[in-house]
Design a protein around this ligand. Structure first.
Ligand SMILES: [Zn+2]
Length: 294
């Protein structure tokens, strides 16, 4: 059986997947981020011990986390759980647990889960997209996560979409993430009106009720999504693009995009865009599937 751990900034979730890919045990605990790296390590080990005690067998272990491990150094980078950065998370856990484990970026786990038995089941070239608080992505080819030396495969969130765009926390201007994330959209409304709104849902309601500024922001959003996806298609040409994260609930992304993508090609292309099947569980399921990956 396979244990998957989804190590988030506020909560850590663990599941045990049966050989039939059914979740037979599930535990969710807070992530003790403010107590530092060692506390997070102990928390993960305790969670794994509890899950294994519940099913009474030794399992393979996969962990999904924001950020990525640089192959050369084995150190985690770009995690928003900042106390994990520049730490050898995999080596430290392997030493305590006395076995090999697998760690991957959470967007890669999402893509893997959807490729194995979710929306992209049966497809060999899959791009999994997370659009929520941030923007991430992962590539799965023949049910294996595609990885490179920098741990950057599929990380399209900081591709530059408009060189004169607004500033991104990464230091660049006009990144995909400033256009296609929840905070990015909410921020655009504030910049244009001076009014603060609480969520993308509010923005959608305003657009629906005839607020012309909200409507324009959403129209630009669909167009920016199409533009950003056209760059992915030109490099990877995925058979399917699966959307996850909070913004994947915006229905028009699936109905408005195909036509707009063709604005960025000289000849029509066919791009399949689907919503995820497993929602918030894709990350932890994908982490469990890492056990069979390497
Ligand atoms: Zn950026």
């Amino acid at each position: 059986m396979r244990i998957g751990i989804d190590l988030g900034g506020t909560k850590t979730e663990g599941i045990v997947l049966s050989e039939q890919n059914q979740s037979i045990e599930r535990i969710r605990v807070p992530t003790p981020q403010h107590n530092g790296y060692q506390a997070i390590i102990e928390n993960i080990v305790e969670l794994i011990n509890q899950l294994e005690s519940a099913v009474n067998v030794t399992c393979s272990i996969g962990i999904g986390t924001p950020g990525s491990i640089v192959k050369k150094t084995g150190l985690l980078k770009y995690s928003n759980t900042v106390c994990l950065n520049d730490k050898p998370l995999q080596a430290d856990l392997e030493q305590i647990l006395n076995r090999k484990i697998q760690i991957e970026n959470d967007a890669n786990c999402f893509a893997l889960s959807e490729a194995i038995d979710g929306a992209a089941q049966g497809y060999n070239n899959v791009f999994g997209v997370i659009m929520g608080t941030g923007v991430g992505g992962g590539v799965v080819i023949n049910q294996k996560i595609l990885s490179g030396p920098n741990g950057m495969t599929g990380e399209w969130g900081h591709n530059i979409l408009h060189t004169d765009g607004s500033e991104c926390y990464c230091g660049q201007k006009g990144c995909v993430e400033t256009y296609l994330s929840g905070p990015g959209l909410v921020n655009k409304y504030r910049l244009k009106t001076g009014e603060t709104i609480d969520s993308v849902e509010t923005l959608l309601e305003l657009a629906k009720s005839g607020d012309s500024i909200a409507d324009k922001i959403m129209e630009d959003f669909y167009d920016n999504f199409a533009r950003a996806i056209s760059y992915i298609v030109k490099i990877l040409d995925p058979e399917i693009i699966v959307l996850g994260g909070g913004l994947s609930n915006i229905g028009q992304l699936y109905t408005h995009t195909a036509r707009r993508i063709n604005n960025y090609f000289s000849k029509p292309v066919s791009v399949t865009i689907s919503k995820n099947v497993y929602g918030d569980s894709s990350g932890v399921r994908g982490a469990a599937f890492l056990g069979g990956q390497k």
